[in-house]
Unconditional design. Sequence first.
Length: 128
Amino acid sequence: MRVMQELVAYFDRSGKLSPRQMHKLLDQGFLASDAPPTMVDLCDRVGAVYYFRVTGDTNGPLWGTDVYTGDSALAVAAVHAGLVAPRATAILRVTVEQPLKHYPGATRNGVASHDFGPFGTAYRLSRV
């Protein structure tokens, strides 16, 4: 699955995959797998892109805003970022980011994230 995701991410970044083609792959289940609880074990390469089915949640650890620590709950970050409602499911793009020196907290969409200092892994979420 990881090789397939990396290949699709390459074509997505280079503009060689139309939104229609991307959604066809996603709808057929060839691309997105169920989201892990956190990204901490998948943040080994900055710039890596993953596609996951994420079911929104409002309970769990969350540090940062827009860029979240790798150990932040993915389902909670998705709600905080406004990309999925609680208990709803969406396919999201998760991009591994360069770790920050400071992760600012904020309250968004009914979810509070917390401030945190330096942390070794980070990610950002976006819609597909």
